[in-house]
Ligand binder design. Sequence first.
Ligand SMILES: [Mn+2]
Length: 350
Amino acid sequence: MTPVRECSRKLQDLKAALGSARRVLILTHDNPDPDCVASAMAFKLIFEHMDREAVVGSGGELGRSENRTLQQILSLGIRPLHELTLSEFDFFLFVDTQPGSGNNSAQLPLNARYGIVDHHILGEAWPHAPVFLDLRENYGATATVAYEYLQARNVKVDVPLATALYYAIRTETSDMGRGASKADRAAYLKLHPKIDWDLLHQIVNSRLPLDYFIMMKEAVERAQRFGHAIVVDLGPTRHPDFVAELADSFRRLEEIHWVLVWGWREDRVVFSIRNNLHEPHVGRLARELVKDCGSAGGHRHMAGGQVPAAAGGLDQARLLFRRAIVPAFLRAVGESAQDGIFLTQEAEGR
Ligand SMILES: [Mn+2]
């Protein structure tokens, strides 16, 4: 069966799961990336096509500038969760994320009926199992799944949405090089003739805030190499998106197999892990690292998570991360915590 035909079946399941629900809240990451933004837009249209009212909500903000540009292009008003009354919704759909995956802070009402459309490893069902689940770990992008639903439902994909989905698949798979499946390639090629190249240029080349460059400088100064691993203790970070973006950048450093970037916000430590190797699975590693103190999720080559400040406050969470999580990460990737050298020192020694 073709993926789109299979999706028609999934659509029936989704409709059944919706039942009489009228108001749907689509939940994104706290800092949604292009894959999440484009997928959320697609499902908003799908729900509207089903005569449901759909709102997209996020527990955080759009940090990366290309994500803000993307949201504007799509005219997608992502609402902050604290402005919404969650009990007014009768169905929730997590898109490109899951409850308790560490990248969304949505606290659903306890009796909430919810669904998940995602391509990350499946976490624990919380607080109870979803009534709808479409999880495709073998897919490179949730946007590919979303596009299949749009096609199965015969929803018209306009130029901005086609461009957004295309960009999402492209970035999420590092231009089809990282974890891209046959389905991702098929969606990519199908979207290709529908996109607006000027719009794409606008997204790709969106301007960056000065904060970004200041943070780059700090990150380089704070980066330590442990053999083939880089650990960056970024300190306070205003934009959690930057943590992921930095991890992506350091991953390209010569001879580096592993990257851990971490920093903190008011109430939690946030982190991203990347690797250039096939094993171990980064998503599972991240989850293992914080299983007793936080939450995490991810894929084979990239993961993210957080450690919330518990009773001991943020200082304790930071201390825990520095003294326990970072050494545990280094052990897991086979590097010694004793061998750290700052990249700036290394550069001076040349
Ligand atoms: Mn994704």
